[in-house]
Design a protein around this ligand. Sequence first.
Ligand SMILES: [Zn+2]
Length: 443
Amino acid sequence: MPKLLIENVDYIVTVDEAATTHRNASVLIFDGTITAIGDINPADAEGAERLDGRNKLLLPGFINLHTHTPMTLLRGLSEDVDLQGFLKRVWAAEGAAMDPDTTYLGAQLGALESLQAGSTTQLDMYFHHVHAHRGARSVGTRHLGGPTFFDFPGPDNRTWDQRMAYLDTWQQEIAEIGGPAVPTVVAPHGTYTVSEQHLTDIISVIRHWDNPLLTIHMSENVAENQDVLGRFGKTPTEILQSAGGLDGAFPVVYGHGVHLSESDRAIVAKAGAAVAHCPGSNLKLASGALNWKLWHADGIRVGIGTDGCSSSNDLDMWQAIRLTGLLARLTSGEPDTTPAIDVLRSATIEGARALGMGDTIGSIEVGKRADVQLINLDAAHLTPVHDVHALLVYAAGRGDVNDVIVDGEIVLKDRKSTRIDEAELLQKSRERGAAAAKAADEA
Ligand SMILES: [Zn+2]
C-alpha cells in the first residue's frame, strides 16, 4: 500500500470543527487516507514517499461546487453580455464545436487549471459527460458529472427519449474509467430549459439510484425568474419542489441561487439543499450578488463555484473565495459578520457536505481521504503570518499553489502535473480552441 509523509509543514489549516491550525507538524497518508497529523512515529512512516513541508501551508483542496470544465476551450467567445445573451452565443458555439473529443480535451485543460488553483473536486455539468470525466480523471481530479438534460435536442443533439433511456446505462461507462468514489450525478440544465413534467420523470428514476445527487441552474438572474414565473406561474424553486426534487431524499445543489425569495429560501433550507455561490460569474454577467448573510441566517448551506470559463472566465477558486468574502461584506454592510474561516469552510467542508461527502473530504482530519494542497509561504505577499485564515482568503492566490494531492496521490508537484505532458495539452488546446472559435463564428 502506498504511504506518503508530508513532513515539517509550517502551518496545517485543518478547517475542522474547532478550526484547528497545527504548527510545524506532519501528515501521514496511507493508501489515500490521512492516518496521523502532528508528530509522526518514525516507525509508522517507514518506507513512505516524502514531501517537504518547510515554508509551506497545507489546507484542504477546494471543492468547486458548480462548473462546466470543458468550456475552457470557449473562454473569451461570449463577452459583454447578460445571462440570456451569453446562453444564445454559447449554445451556438457548443453545437458547432464541442464533440466528444473536444469535450475530453477541454476537460483535461479544465482539470489542469483546477489543480493549479488548488481545486481537487469539481461538480461538473456538461454534455458528453463521460468524455469529460475521462479527460478530468486523466489529469487526476475528483470529478463528479452526469447526464445533462434539455427539453430540446441541445448541442449533443439527443431526443428526450434518448436522454431518458441513457439515464439507466451510463453508470457502467463511468465505473470502467475508475477513480475515487463519488455520488451518481444528474444535471438537468434549469427550470427554464426542462419542463416540470420532465423533471418529475428524471427524479422518479434517480430516486432508485445508489447515492444520487441532482444539480441544476436555479434563479441565476432576475430575467430567468421572470421568464419562469411568467410561463409557469411558479418560481424555479416551486417547480423543482412540485417535481419532487426537494423532499430531502437526496442531495441537491443549486447552481447560483442568487435570486431566491423568502419563501424559496425556506423551501431550500427545509430540503437541506445547497447553493453553489459563483461570485465571479454573477458579477461578470451582472446577474446580481448573493446575500451571504441572509442565506446563512435562513439556514441554507452555501458552497462556492467558479461556473464555466465562458462566463467567469477561469476556474480560479482562490479568486472565487476572495470575492465571496468581499461580496458578503458589501451585501450585509457589515465587516465583522463574515470571518475568513467561514468563507474557507464554504470552499471546503461545506462544499463536501453539499455533495453528501462531508465524512470523506473537505477537511484535514484523521480518517478522511487525502485531498490536500500545499501553498508556498516564501512570498512577500504572505509575510508575516498573523491571521492564517485571513491570509488565505484575502492575500493568497493560485500562483502560490505548489503541490496538490487527490485521494492520496500527488497529482501536481512543484506546480507540474505528474500525470500528463502539459506542453502537449496546451498545444492541442490552442489548435482545438482556434477551430472551436471558427466554428462558433460560422454558427
Ligand atoms: Zn453554470
